[in-house]
Structure formats: structure tokens, C-alpha cells
Design a binder for this molecule. Structure first.
Ligand code: G
Ligand code: MN
Length: 400
């Protein structure tokens, strides 16, 4: 049993006294010291930083649950939050997303009537979790991005400071590596490794820099791919390409010449395309993608289901692979709607003759759900983080 001195503290807000009492008893059983309250003002009055967890009923008379969420986010408190409600699933989901936007840490969302075993599992997990208040902050832990000048970025591209890390993609049927996604990083001489969200937005405005970098990283990916090919592995490499680059009509010829020079079959090269901007010259993009596809290059629609990565683009361009955005995949165990979206994307991809990839698989449970849904390929921290090319042989000997 848990030592009562080390018990975590829980505050329960539910206007139905009987339910609050039962929840309190389950929580005490799971090692919490539980306090009950039945009105929103009393809850907001009593909640303080000593509480590790709160259970919030969203439907309470007087003040609605969204008001409570907002008010809670304005306090200097960082408890794990469990939302419960008799509202329908999708309303509850919307409240959950909103609470996340307000910087609250949502541990679980539960529809009433609540199953005792479900709440018990969640409370036990929270009760046993290490205390880590340091890792939580109001902005969800996001730090601000460094800002760079155009000249600095151009110099860095010219002097080959952009390198590639590789993340394996796994065939979910065989459990073997089927290819690698190349992810660009800026190996800054002073600041160390810098991620694309710090430099891609600037590059997308300065197309000449982006084009130069894209060509350089394609050369690099093809060279590094030859290293693992030499070890007898004929695996595909996928490079992320911004559609902003796809405006020069001779792009396919330039890429195909590179592939040919390096003696790599076209089918082993793939481009992952995410649309972040509205495309001005969609005809040229379509022209370029169609020609790349005719020559056998694989084309992947990245982050499907977000931004401009939509049904319209899926219909318009000759994609061979659909990558479900990681937000849906990651939420799938605890959010039925996300799982439905994954399932529908998989079925749709298959109907259109595409391979479907689930990205952002972080746990065995998510892998299982994606396998059950019929997904073809998995990618994510559960298998491997993006790695330095030197580590590729290690991954191949483990999962080859
Ligand atoms: O936009 P695109 O899907 O190409 O972005 C891939 C990004 O997702 C990479 O930066 C990679 O580090 C990240 N990523 C890959 N797998 C996971 C995962 O399992 N979890 C999370 N949070 N991020 C991941
Ligand atoms: Mn990608």
C-alpha cells in the first residue's frame, strides 16, 4: 500500500454528490488523498499547487465546464486533469482540445456512465507516476524558436551545414524495415542541431535558398543510401520536399539525372510532400509530380488530414503513399474519433491503390491498433527516433 505521507492529492468536482463520493473512494483505494467539492466557485477557491490531479465534471449547474477549464488555466497550478461528462463524445473531445490549448495537462477524458475499472486504471497510473512538475509549464513545454537572417541560412546551405537524420519505416506485416525517411537538420557550428521549424518557414519565402538546399539534401540522401545499399540492403529512401520547390519545370529531369548517375533504381527513391502554403501555380506542381511519377518515383502525401494535405490534393496528385498525420495516430488509443479517422484514411488509401503509413507510433498499443486497422507501414519513436546515418547498420541488424 502507498505510504499516506507520500499520497498524491486529488480534488474532485462533481455536482452529483453520490458520484463524487464513489470517485473519492476509488481514488483513496488507488493511493490518493481525495477531497470533494460540488460547485465550481468552491472548486476554484480550493484548487492550489498541492493538488497532483483533479477530476472535473464538465456539466455542472451555474458555471459551465469550459469556464472552469479557462479559470483553472489562469491559476499557477499544473495538475493532471481528468475530464468527465454526460455530454456526447464529440463535445467532450472539443472540450479536451480546448483544455490542451489553454495549457492544461489532460490525463483522460471519460464519458458518463463511467466504468469503475476505467477510472481505477487511470488513477492508479497517475498515482504511480513519478512527480515531474519541472517538466510542465503553461506553454506545454514549447520553447521559443531561434530567428535567423536570410544571409546566414544561405551561407549555411552553401557550406553544407545541413545534414540528414534517418527514421526507419516498418512493414507492419513482416516487422522489417522497408525504408528510411530522411529528415533535415541544421548542424549549426555554435548552436548545435537545429530543427526544420526554425528555418523552413524562412526558406519557403526565399525559394532560391530552399531549392538549393533541397537539391543538396537529395544528393546527400542518395549518397548515404549507397552506403546501406552496399551492405546488400535495397531499401527505399524518402526525402521531404516542400511543394514550393515544385515550380521549376526541369526539376524532374534534374532529380532523375542524379538518381541515374548514382546508379539507384527510381523505385527506391520517394518524395514526401506536405503542403503548408497555398500553391500559386498548381498546374506546374501537377506537371512536375505527374512526370516524376511516370518515371517511377514514389510520391507520398505527408501529414494527411491537416492543413492543405487534404482530400482535394489526394485526388489531384498521383500519390503512391498516404501518411496519416501523427496527431491522429498518437491519440488513437484514448480518442475514438482519432481512431475512426485513422481507419477511414487507411481504407481510403487502399481504395485509391496506395500504401498507408501511420507516423507517430510511440507505443505497442498504437502499433496494435494500426495493425488491426490494416495499416501497411509504421513509423515512430516506438521503433526508433530519427538517427544519425552511422547508426543505420545497427537498426538493420536489429530489424533487417
Ligand atoms: O512532417 P513530417 O511527417 O515529415 O515530420 C516528421 C517529424 O515527426 C520528424 O521531425 C520526427 O522527428 C517526428 N516524429 C517521428 N516519429 C515521431 C513520434 O513517434 N512521435 C513524435 N512526437 N514525433 C515523431
Ligand atoms: Mn515526412
Amino acid at each position: 500500500m502507498t505510504d499516506p505521507k507520500n499520497s498524491k492529492k486529488l480534488l474532485i468536482l462533481d455536482d452529483e454528490e453520490e458520484i463524487a463520493k464513489i470517485l473519492g473512494e476509488i481514488a483513496e483505494d488507488c493511493g490518493f488523498k481525495a477531497s470533494l467539492t460540488h460547485t465550481a466557485p468552491d472548486f476554484l477557491d480550493r484548487v492550489d499547487p498541492s493538488f497532483d490531479c483533479v477530476i472535473l465534471d464538465l456539466m455542472i449547474p451555474g458555471m459551465d465546464g469550459v469556464d472552469v477549464i479557462r479559470s483553472l488555466s489562469e491559476k499557477e497550478v499544473h495538475p493532471d486533469v481528468i475530464l468527465i461528462s454526460g455530454a456526447d463524445r464529440r463535445t467532450l473531445h472539443s472540450a479536451e482540445t480546448l483544455a490542451g490549448e489553454y495549457g492544461l495537462h489532460i490525463a483522460a477524458v471519460m464519458e458518463k456512465p463511467i466504468r469503475v475499472s476505467d477510472i481505477r486504471n487511470i488513477l492508479s497510473a497517475i498515482s504511480e507516476k513519478e512527480r515531474d512538475s519541472s517538466s510542465r509549464s503553461k506553454d506545454g513545454g514549447k520553447s521559443s524558436l531561434p530567428v535567423f537572417q536570410k544571409e546566414e541560412v544561405l551561407d549555411a546551405v552553401r557550406s553544407d551545414q545541413f545534414i540528414l537524420f534517418y527514421q526507419p519505416k516498418f512493414d507492419l506485416k513482416t516487422g522489417k524495415v522497408e525504408g528510411f525517411e530522411a529528415l533535415v537538420r541544421w548542424n549549426h557550428p555554435k548552436l548545435g542541431l537545429i530543427f526544420p521549424d526554425s528555418f523552413l518557414p524562412l526558406m519557403e519565402k526565399e525559394t532560391a535558398i530552399l531549392n538549393l538546399m533541397t537539391e543538396k539534401i537529395i544528393d546527400l540522401a542518395l549518397d548515404e543510401k549507397r552506403i546501406w545499399n552496399a551492405n546488400g540492403k535495397k531499401l527505399r529512401v524518402a526525402v521531404n520536399v516542400s511543394p514550393v520547390t515544385l515550380t521549376e519545370l526541369d526539376f524532374p529531369e534534374r532529380i532523375l539525372a542524379k538518381i541515374k548517375n548514382k546508379g539507384i533504381p527510381q523505385s527506391q527513391f520517394q518524395m514526401e510532400i506536405t503542403e503548408t502554403n497555398f500553391l500559386e501555380n498548381i498546374r506546374f506542381t501537377q506537371d512536375i509530380l505527374t512526370r516524376l511519377r511516370i518515371r517511377g518515383i514514389g510520391l507520398s502525401i505527408d501529414d494527411f488530414g491537416t492543413g492543405y494535405s487534404s482530400l482535394k490534393q489526394l485526388h489531384r496528385f498521383p500519390f503512391t503513399e498516404l501518411k496519416i498525420d501523427k496527431s491522429f495516430v498518437m491519440d488513437s488509443p484514448r480518442d475514438r474519433e482519432s481512431l475512426f479517422i485513422c481507419q477511414a484514411s487507411i481504407d481510403l488509401g487502399h481504395k485509391l491503390g496506395m500504401h498507408v503509413v501511420a507516423e507517430g507510433i510511440e507505443t505497442e498499443e498504437v502499433e496494435r491498433l494500426m495493425k488491426e486497422a490494416g495499416c501497411d507501414v509504421g513509423q515512430g519513436y516506438y521503433y526508433s527516433r530519427p538517427i544519425h546515418p552511422e547508426k543505420i547498420p545497427e537498426i538493420l541488424s536489429k530489424f533487417g
